[in-house]
Write a protein that binds this ligand. Structure first.
Ligand code: SF4
Length: 242
């Protein structure tokens, strides 16, 4: 079973290494500050923890005063909020959603179930540690955490973004083979997504020693072109066309 030491929670704000040019540092700090105060959040309501989000967003706690507001599509979202236990089936959709988001992007795991499986730690049907499959920036533990805790977690993320240290999204590119290995272990070796993660890593310039490996090679073996799904209506029934 996982222990707390295994979980890379980054609660303390660290200072990012300064660049040589002082003007570049000022520009970076300004950009990071602006980015931390204008965040679109996609909340993937996987479990019961989602019920704490309406109070966190509405008048009493009013998350929008911090510069955070909900977003309905992954393409425009900065934060992926996973709000509770994640079943194996759901995790596939969570990974697809994460890969559709543009970088820099951040993941927050809400609820003890995302930390170590919580009360479902013995279940065959749930993923136990979210950070085995996606790079988690902040965990908010609790069963379920109150809106104050949700707000506090978001503020910690904002502080890390403003300090330029919340860069776990690079870890997904730099250690893609590691994340893919865990995904393949859970979903089977034919698991694939339509996203060209290695191509994105090259474009962002964040290739690492573990970007490619034996698991990404396996992905190449099974990579099949996406085919359109063609349906036809036959006697009032929808049928798949071959
Ligand atoms: S930690 Fe508790 S409230 Fe949250 S998803 Fe798990 S069982 Fe539900």
């Amino acid at each position: 079973m996982s222990t707390l030491k295994d979980i890379p929670v980054r609660y303390e704000t660290q200072q990012a290494p300064a660049r040589g040019n002082p003007l570049a540092n000022v520009f970076d700090e300004f950009m990071n500050f602006c980015r931390s105060r204008s965040l679109f959040m996609l909340h993937y309501c996987t479990g019961c923890g989602a019920i704490e989000l309406p109070p966190a967003m509405t008048s009493r706690f009013d998350m929008e005063r911090l510069g955070i507001q909900p977003m309905v599509t992954p393409r425009q979202a900065d934060i992926l909020l996973v709000t509770g236990y994640v079943s194996v089936k759901t995790l596939k959709r969570v990974i697809l959603t994460y890969e559709q988001m543009a970088s820099p992007k951040y993941v927050i795991g809400i609820c003890s179930c995302t930390v170590n499986g919580g009360m479902y730690w013995q279940s065959y049907a749930t993923a136990k540690k979210l950070n085995d499959y996606l790079p988690v920036d902040v965990y908010i533990a609790g069963c379920m955490p109150r809106p104050e805790a949700v707000i506090e977690g978001l503020r910690k993320l904002q502080a890390n973004i403003a300090a330029g240290t919340s860069d776990n999204w690079k870890d997904y590119y730099q250690r893609y083979d590691h994340y893919l290995a865990n995904q393949q272990r859970l979903f089977g070796e034919t698991w694939q997504t339509p996203t060209d993660v290695i191509g994105e890593a090259k474009r962002y310039g964040v290739i690492g020693p573990e970007t490619e490996g034996e698991h990404t090679r396996l992905l190449g073996l099974h990579k099949a072109p996406l085919e359109p799904l063609r349906m036809t209506l036959n006697a009032g029934k929808l049928e798949r066309m071959e």
